[in-house]
Ligand binder design. Sequence first.
Ligand code: ADP
Ligand code: MG
Length: 273
Amino acid sequence: MELKVEGISKNFKNDTSVQTVLKNLIFSVREGQFVTLLGPSGCGKTTLLTIIAGFQAASGGRILINGRQVTRPGPDRGFVFQNYALFPWMTVRDNILYPMRQRKVPAKDREKRLEELLTMAQLEGKEKLFPHQLSGGMKQRVAFIRALAGRPEVLLMDEPLGAVDMQMRQSLQDDLEALWLKDKTTVVMVTHDVDEAIYLSDRVIVMSAHEGKIVDDIYINLHRPRDRKENEYNKLKELVSEALQVATGRRADSTEAANNPYLATLGGEATTV
Ligand SMILES: Nc1ncnc2c1ncn2[C@@H]1O[C@H](COP(=O)(O)OP(=O)(O)O)[C@@H](O)[C@H]1O
Ligand SMILES: [Mg+2]
């Protein structure tokens, strides 16, 4: 599957003004690619992801999945929310079967897929439990495999690990990577964590606080699993951190600095403003 974001804009109106959150955003994601949207809080990441999901309409432009225009939510897109959002009244088993029922997967295949997913996420024996009976990490793994259960063409994740502590976060990143390597589903994940972006992605798109403009598009060509101690890893981390600082407006980008006589007198160095 290929995902195309074609000139997406989004305005929010209130009584007195119009806020342009996204303006003419253009990029495409090829089959099997793991893309991360990285940007400062409030830059429009969730807005863009929910437009791709079909949860809300854009003010302009369109989303194409395999050439088909998105008009509403559909089982071709799996979604992992910031706070798990499992159905609390359903067992683990029913949570995972839900998207497969939506996709009308035959009962026998559903059971087989359920087994496979529970094994992949090391959740064997937990299928009769309800979400409140699980640890945070288990809930997160159920949310991942539920999103993958219907074999979506695109997996959309909004800061899926935002609510867990550092150590758990790194171990869940490994789980997520292992799940992804198994199916190689196309992924668009939102995060504001530079390390998470580099650790997991094939490509990091950096969005700016201003109209969600794409300020950088960086390919991460490191072997997997990634080694946080590797030189190349840390160089990329620095590069992406700098792009994020530009995006946040805390650092003038170098071309701007070079063209700005005031900044130029400071040696043309990128400067804190
Ligand atoms: N339904 C809405 N109505 C009005 N403003 C909204 C709505 N949803 C988001 N916004 C505004 O759009 C901007 C981007 O929000 P969001 O996409 O949630 O950012 P991010 O996920 O990058 O933190 C924010 O300024 C937010 O207040
Ligand atoms: Mg958000």
